[in-house]
Design a protein around this ligand. Sequence first.
Ligand code: XIL
Length: 379
Amino acid sequence: MHPIPPPYLTRRGFIKTTGAAGLVAGMPMLAAPEARSESAPAQAVAEPAHSSSASPQPAADTLRALASKKGLLLGTAFCHEAFRNDPGYGGVLAREFNCLVAENSMKLCDIQPERGAFDFTVPDAMMTFAAAHDMQARAVPLVWHDALPPWAEGKTFPRQEALAILREHIFTVMKHFRGRICAWDVLNEGLSDSGPGLREEGPWFHSIGSNYVEEIYHLAHEADPQALLFYNDYAMDGMSDKADRCYLWLKELLARGVPIHGVGLQYHVKLEQHPDPADVTRNIRRLNDLGLSVHITELDVWLPAQSTAEHLHQQAAVYRGVIETALAARKCPVVMLWGFTDRYSWVPGTSGGTYDQALIFDSDYHPKPAYAAIAAALS
Ligand code: XIL
């Protein structure tokens, strides 16, 4: 199990072809992912807004219907450019998934491109689609060292100013989406990759100091006391050194009363380096033991660019293992894929073309073996 190293080579160059009780009391939630019940009723599969060229399964057998029967939120990253331009995209999205997350449009560079000026256009379009199709939504990320707009990139602010910036950002965004987001990734990728301590890149660590983490969780809790607040990171899906460090760090933050309710395991894995499901199970169990919920937040399984039928079958087994692990866990009620069709995936760009085909539909929206494997895990 080895991490896929950052940095992400592209920021927006993602398109291969073109380049809690319930969740939160009072939330209009359809499923109850923080309190999964095997007898949860299946969700109706809403009519897609877009036409779909691919309808491989009758409605009762869609991944969405199967996941909903298990009380699992099975979601995907939402690629707005594809949604807007590709008539095949929205239909598959609504048919197969019951949860969405914006792939890019809620990151600081997109949602606050000018300091103090917020642009909700794209995430609002996603939320409208989600509401129209009875889908839930996660939100990522409120604070990250990456995806910064020019006004923040490479900057260090006086401490009070940095805190004021984050306060305004967190309050404005959380209030805008209040009651409609089942989990917020407050901090993304805050831990160092190379050793103990926090990642120091980006403006927030240097401007505020290492206690910026507790500050932002308290701000998020103040902005919306009902919201579920997550920490999200990669290379800690199984029992890695980083997973150990994360576990101890979260334990300490919880002991200090920092309002953190869950952990997002990104689960970007290469076929040849994916973690042993038994290790993922152990990792989830110890996080659950801390009282934390776990969500798989960005699952994709990278294949070598020149992949074979055998690779596709091995990939299917990895997807199946993740779903089975989540279902067997005490509290892992959400699995989000980082996209669903190889037509739109960050993998070729970020890997410099050495990896591809990480998702469960091919570039023509045909289901790959991984699709059937997930369906089998959910059946
Ligand atoms: C990626 C997007 O998929 C790309 O389109 C973008 O160019 C870079 O960011 N971990 C994260 C996600 O938390 O936000 C990243 O998304 C993938 C890795």
